[in-house]
Write a protein that binds this ligand. Structure first.
Ligand code: NAD
Length: 428
């Protein structure tokens, strides 16, 4: 899924190249890590509800599995491209490395729009996706998960197909499953809560009480919903949230200056994270243009929708009041925008650190599946908080020690860990 004229893979490579240079990596390691190890491109033919046939395009990219099985979500989106999948797979490698879990990086996708597909058609796509890659994925090879527009329902269809083909029960094949069918408690909240654990730590470092802060969020899907929930539970004031409006084919920002209540907003949001405009107006929300989320006079910005949202055009809209950008989405900020953010001295919690709570909890899900013993939600969230807090402080410490930007510090930690793994294995 790529926003117009923007290639996330080129951006991911550009970010990698800059840090590889700083680390003085040898050429072979650079060549290995700036491209995925393996890619699968395939057709998924489906018999539609009206009896016609349609062929959907599917992908799985395994960027690197030197530190453990590849890990990464499957996205359903009409603008999905191989370059988006490549970028996301590469970011997964850095993400699993920054939180130091024994997994690599992968990502998958299907070019399709679930808005226009029945549940039966979506089920067939899920099963078709698994049939095409079954030889190359599995609990010890590559473990998929949900991403944009895929849910626990899609995951359980995929698991069922995998188990039918292999003839074994293998709940560790996929994560993000429903509770009671191998899913982990806390997984739904994990990414959004993880973002806020890092925000809490950043605010402590800046000497700011969270109760005196305000925040604006882009997106109101899985990540943003739980980020907003925990942030407001900790006493912060969420003033604006944007989401996609499929009727108007445009994003809309909803603002309530005295504070958005999670319980209220979730009631008027559909399963795609789209907020009902008419109901929001009835509840007293101001309706503003899609980009207005970034222009708010707040302390914290949480881009949690798509890539390429803070770019050379929009970065100048950020108000001087903003002290922290916590990147819930993958790749929301372009390298050009990073330069402006550095000058503005905003503390960035980079995507693959801020949103690593999701994959960390997916890892916990795998561990529980392997043990066939499941933890309470409190145990899961406590372990998640520890991992996120420790990863945040490792990045912050390196950033201070070497006097580098937070994103560069996070990359330096991840790339060094992966480079060491490929060296120890004798790959380069
Ligand atoms: P989601 O599909 O649940 O929600 C996406 C949200 O973005 C929806 O509210 C949608 O309305 C909104 N949106 C779409 N286009 C928009 C636009 N142009 N302007 C404003 N809002 C828009 O997806 P999600 O799972 O919350 O993922 C969001 C981001 O976080 C993605 O970049 C994803 O890769 C990343 N991420 C997700 C997880 C996870 O566990 N879900 C983990 C790590 C990273």
């Amino acid at each position: 899924m790529s926003t117009q004229g923007f290639n996330p893979f080129l951006m991911a490579q550009q970010q990698f190249d800059a840090v590889a240079e700083k680390l003085g990596l040898d050429q072979a390691t650079r060549d290995l890590l700036r491209w995925p190890d393996r890619e699968f491109h395939f057709n998924i033919p489906i018999r539609m509800d009206d009896g016609s046939y349609r062929v959907f395009r599917g992908f799985r990219v395994q960027h690197n599995d030197a530190r453990g099985p590849a890990k990464g979500g499957i996205r359903f989106h009409p603008q999905e491209t191989i370059d988006t999948v490549r970028a996301l797979a590469m970011w997964m490698t850095w993400k699993t490395a920054v939180v130091d879990i024994p997994l690599g990086g992968g990502k998958g996708g299907v070019v399709c729009d679930p808005h226009n597909l029945s549940l039966r058609e979506q089920e067939l796509i899920c099963r078709g996706w698994v049939r095409q890659v079954v030889r190359n994925v599995g609990p010890l090879q590559d473990v998929p998960a949900p991403d944009v527009m895929t849910t626990s329902q899609h995951m359980i269809w995929m698991l069922d197909e995998y188990e039918k083909i292999t003839g074994i029960k293998a709940p560790g094949f996929i994560t993000g499953k429903p509770i009671g069918l191998g899913g982990s408690l806390g997984r739904t909240e994990a990414t959004g809560y993880g973002v806020i654990y890092t925000v809490r730590e950043a605010l402590k470092e800046l000497g700011i009480d969270i109760r005196n802060t305000s925040a604006s969020f882009q997106g109101f899907g899985n990540v943003s919903q739980y980020a907003l929930q925990l942030y407001t539970m900790m006493g912060g004031t969420a003033v604006a949230v944007s989401s996609w409006n499929p009727k108007e084919k445009a994003a809309i920002t909803f603002r309530k200056k005295d504070g958005i209540k999670f319980d209220e907003l979730i009631q008027i949001t559909n399963k795609f994270g789209e907020i009902d405009k008419d109901k929001a107006i009835e509840l007293g929300y101001e309706v503003l243009p899609g980009n207005a989320w970034i222009e708010q006079e707040v302390d914290i910005l949480v881009p949690a929708a798509l890539e390429n949202q803070i770019n050379k055009e929009t970065v100048h809209l950020i108000k001087d009041s903003v002290k922290i950008i916590a990147e819930g989405a993958n790749g929301p900020t372009t390298p050009e925008a990073d330069e402006v953010i550095k000058q503005k001295k905003i503390h960035v919690i980079p995507d693959f650190l801020a949103n690593a709570g999701g994959v960390t909890c997916s890892y916990f899900e795998q561990v529980q599946c392997n043990m066939n013993y499941y933890w309470t939600k409190e145990e899961v969230l406590e372990k998640l908080d520890k991992k996120m807090t420790s990863a945040y402080h490792s990045v912050l410490n390196l950033s201070r020690e070497k006097n580098v930007y937070m994103r560069d510090a996070a990359y330096m930690i991840s790339i060094s860990r992966v480079a060491e793994a490929v060296k120890l294995r004798g790959w380069v």
